[in-house]
Design a protein around this ligand. Structure first.
Ligand code: SAM
Length: 231
């Protein structure tokens, strides 16, 4: 895993101390190890995990400066992209959110303590925590959780004005962006740009949305409503 991660980082133009690379590899190995007994990821090959989980998460370092920022990772699953970002930027104030309690418990009780990493853990649905943590974060990230028009309603309410929502998408990013134009506007966002990285031979695109106005109080709606009647 380490040589793959190192060569990926140099392709990406990201320099990290050797100790940090070792800690990233330890986390990647812990995910694969736990994956034998708990469903965390479809990826079982260590080099693929280095590229598609660790390196892919770290592309966000090229998108925004994250030092000292508060960051919420919505639908973090086994901790991507939030945990690799916290390992790379220790001053990041990280909150991890996921509705699957088992995954959150593993992150909170085993994975992060083993790395001596601090984070806040929100175990539940994104649309249900939004009232409590509304417009509280500098940055919200999300990877592989929902199509962008639905995802915006889960994520943008958490971002304060002037902050950013970074949605990590695949080759279909342009199409999702067109579909999400109204949702972005309605929720107080403004599309800023996309940044595309080649990861594991495929184009991975980060959609950068800036929060330019408050999210109207009626959002987010219940998930059934979001799905039935996307904005
Ligand atoms: N972000 C991780 C990654 O890229 O490896 C995990 C992706 S996994 C395919 C999607 C995760 O989103 C699952 O862990 C699921 O429990 C979570 N999720 C889906 N909808 C959610 C919601 N409304 N609120 C919180 N978590 C949600």
């Amino acid at each position: 895993m380490k040589p793959t991660l190192q060569s990926g980082l140099s392709r990406l133009g990201v320099e990290l101390p050797d100790e940090t690379v070792d800690r990233l590899v330890s986390f990647g190995e812990a995910v694969l190890e736990k994956n034998r007994v708990m469903n965390l990821t479809a990826i079982t090959d260590p080099d693929q995990a280095a590229e598609l989980h660790l390196l892919d998460s770290l592309t966000l370092l090229k998108v925004l400066p994250l030092a000292g920022k508060s960051l919420l990772d919505v639908g973090t699953g086994a901790g991507f992209p939030g945990v690799p970002l916290k390992l790379a930027v220790p001053s990041l104030r990280l909150t991890l959110l996921d509705s699957l309690q088992k995954r959150m418990r593993w992150l909170e009780d085993e994975a992060l303590p083993a790395l001596d990493l601090e984070a806040r853990f929100l175990s539940g649905r994104a649309e249900e925590f939004a009232a409590q943590y509304r417009e509280r974060f500098d940055v919200v990230t999300s990877r592989a959780v929902a199509r962008l028009n639905l995802l915006c309603e889960l994520c943008l309410p958490y971002v304060h004005e002037g902050g950013y929502f970074l949605a990590m998408k695949g080759a279909q990013a342009g199409e999702e962006l067109t579909e999400a134009a109204k949702a972005i506007r309605t929720l107080g966002g403004s599309f800023e740009r996309t940044e595309t990285f080649e990861i594991g031979g495929a184009a991975h695109t980060v959609v950068v949305i800036r929060k330019t106005a408050h999210t109207p109080p009626q959002y987010p709606r219940a998930w059934s409503r979001i799905k039935q009647k996307p904005l």
